[in-house]
Design a protein around this ligand. Structure first.
Ligand SMILES: Nc1ncnc2c1ncn2[C@@H]1O[C@H](COP(=O)(O)OP(=O)(O)OP(=O)(O)O)[C@@H](O)[C@H]1O
Ligand SMILES: [Mg+2]
Length: 244
């Protein structure tokens, strides 16, 4: 009898947190089909800090919107934590999105009339967490991104980099499986870019999975792995080897 240590069972940690299988998305431009994604497959491990690069129109944002359940693929599947989210019903999508995904945008997308604290709090409003607990968590997250002394500031009273840090705290609010960031450093200066990338790197070192779309090769080079898209397909997929 063979002595199989774990009865063939894989420890859960070996399972990818994200699995993309043969993803296709065709948009109709009038009568002309545009293949925004043309058969994309890859796995992402928990805690991986991944960047997606490629020319304008190569399908990066389309890919992110499939992973983030903002749109449905024409074909193929997206699994997050073993669950096929691309099969989620329209009515379930907001809940799945809220629980599994944190979004970070180029232009922060903060609510201008709310304080930093309220902007983070509001991400948790439909989760059943009581208000005092939400406030506590918002404060803790803002402290984690270095804004513990700015919690009552409105977006207009914060710098671009600080606003982006608020949006990262907001993205973390519901402890998502994955953070998706589309050009998170696209609207900030070089010095601030460093702060944002270091912050994201720190989060990934603590186990947060992060996918960044960027045009900036300096940002991409600081991630663990670079996927290059071309014409809706993966042109290359390069890992930097050992996680730094
Ligand atoms: N809603 C849509 N309707 C029709 N075509 C679309 C739509 N969204 C994207 N496309 C097309 O799909 C292709 C991929 O677009 P996508 O936005 O994913 O590119 P991208 O890599 O994010 O580009 P960029 O770097 O400019 O942001 C493009 O040819 C684009 O014109
Ligand atoms: Mg884009």
């Amino acid at each position: 009898m063979s002595n199989n240590e774990n009865n063939g069972k894989q420890p859960k940690n070996d399972e990818p947190i994200l699995r993309i299988m043969n993803l296709r998305k065709t948009y109709m431009q009038g009568k002309i089909p545009v293949r925004a994604l043309d058969g994309v497959s890859f796995d992402v491990k928990k805690g991986e800090f991944l960047s997606i690069v490629g020319p304008s129109g190569s399908g990066k944002s389309t890919l992110l919107s499939m992973i983030g359940l903002l749109d449905k693929p024409t074909e193929g599947s997206v699994f997050i934590d073993g669950v096929e989210i691309s099969r989620a019903k329209e009515s379930e999508a907001p809940k799945v999105r809220r629980e599994k995904i944190g979004f970070v945008f180029q232009h922060f997308n903060l609510l201008s009339t709310l304080s930093a604290m309220e902007n983070v709090d509001i991400a948790m409003r439909f989760t059943g967490v009581p208000k005092n607990k939400r406030r506590e968590r918002a404060f803790e997250l803002l402290t984690r991104v270095g804004l513990g002394d700015r919690v009552n500031h409105k977006p207009s009273e914060l710098s671009g980099g600080q606003q982006q840090r608020v949006s990262i705290a907001r993205a973390l609010a519901n402890n998502p499986a994955i953070i998706l960031a589309d050009e998170p450093t696209g609207a900030v200066d070089t010095k601030t870019r460093e702060v944002i990338v270091e912050l994201l790197r720190g989060l990934s070192e603590r186990g947060q999975t992060i996918i960044v779309v960027t045009h900036d090769m300096d940002v991409a080079q600081r991630t663990d792995r670079i996927i290059t898209m071309r014409d809706g397909m993966i042109a290359s997929d390069i890992s930097s080897g050992e996680k730094k």
